[in-house]
Design a protein around this ligand. Structure first.
Ligand code: GCU
Length: 343
């Protein structure tokens, strides 16, 4: 992390130096303003592909004014670091998991609830509904950032180095990495495992050195992050569908002239559509590679026992954050309309 922040300081210093020399963002005769976007995925990941499409689109429309730079692979630090950099305007945008955002605004707790969405369709319909997402996306404006679109990150499931997880009882005593969010720690504790919160970039080494017995994530973590080289069992308990969120610095967004703002809005929509198209293909390819090249066994346990254990978290959240109740009810309407395929 120190290395990342040093690198960031170097990048930003170079930018400042160039700006002070030329009165612009990019140095030399380039008078364009640099827009920096950070994320933690590899360059072949759907998130990066979508952000490259955003870069291309913005530069095709406003290329005389802006130079978009995408920094993948935690080059600008962990997601928590990047959210803070976006808050202060040191960078303009970053992609953060909804889990991480829970520590910045309690409203984000809602989308982290285990078994909140009954099916992928209910999840997609909910996340596409402004009545559901807008109150949450706008709730961090005072903190200096807002969400501009969501990104599909599939379904989160448990995977372990050597223990097949067929029921919650199998998690007992296992150290499982979770994201740094109170909801995830509580979920893991209820399910009987020992929650070990850590940043995404640390998980591979922790698995390899047996500091942890497993983790939970979508299938891409097996291949894109190499976790399938170490973990041989991936169990579809389907505990969460947690979106990633593209957030932007409010001062930057608010200062955009109206015509430019609508071009950026179109760019945000493009991030969402490109990523979702790429996601479907990437997950298929990841499953294939994990099973056939990394030797990962996929398990399909009965999800009910997992779900029943987590159920109490819904009522507790509604009790604690009563303002979220109408949004929760709208999600239930989609759940009724698009029930689980298992039912
Ligand atoms: C997924 C998600 C990331 C997140 C990661 C994690 O890969 O897309 O945003 O950082 O899980 O588990 O930390």
């Amino acid at each position: 992390m120190k290395r990342c922040l040093r690198l960031l300081a170097g990048i930003l210093c170079m930018g400042t130096l160039a700006a002070s020399l030329s009165g612009c963002g990019a140095g030399g005769n380039d008078h364009r303003q640099i827009i920096r976007i950070g994320h933690n995925q590899a360059t072949d990941h759907p998130t990066n592909i979508a952000l490259m499409a955003f870069e291309e689109y913005i530069e095709s429309k406003l290329g005389d004014k802006y130079n978009v730079e995408v920094y993948p692979s935690e080059l600008l630090g962990s997601q928590t670091d990047m959210v803070q950099l976006t808050q202060t305007g040191a960078i303009d945008f970053c992609v953060a998991s909804n889990s991480i955002l829970e520590t910045f605004s309690e409203n984000y707790t809602l989308f982290n609830l285990p078994y909140l969405f009954a099916s992928a369709d209910a999840y997609h319909m909910s996340m596409d509904d402004p009545a559901i997402v807008d109150p949450i996306f706008e709730s961090t404006k005072q903190a200096g950032f807002e969400a501009v679109t969501w990104i599909d990150a599939g379904t989160r499931n448990f995977y372990t180095v050597s223990t097949p997880i067929e029921s919650p009882a199998d998690l007992k005593g296992l150290k499982i990495r979770v994201q740094q969010s109170p909801t995830n720690v509580e979920m893991m504790s209820l399910l009987g495992g020992s929650a070990t919160p850590m940043g995404f970039g640390e998980v591979y080494t922790a698995l390899q050195s047996k500091v942890i017995d497993g983790a939970e994530n979508n299938e891409m973590a097996l291949t894109s992050n190499g976790h399938g080289d170490v973990c041989k069992y991936y169990s579809y308990d389907m505990h969460q569908m947690i979106p990633d969120i593209l957030i932007g610095n409010c001062a930057f967004l608010d200062e955009l002239p109206e015509d430019e703002r609508s071009i950026f809005e179109e760019g945000f929509r493009l991030v969402n559509t490109v990523e979702r198209e790429e996601w479907v293909k990437a997950v298929e390819a990841a499953k294939d590679k994990a099973a056939n090249e990394q030797g990962v066994t996929f398990l399909y346990p009965d999800t009910k026992p997992f779900q029943e254990i987590c159920e109490s978290m819904h009522a507790a959240m509604l009790e604690q954050y009563q303002d979220l109740s109408p949004i929760y009810s709208k999600i239930q309407e989609y759940n009724t309309q698009y029930p689980s395929e298992a039912e």
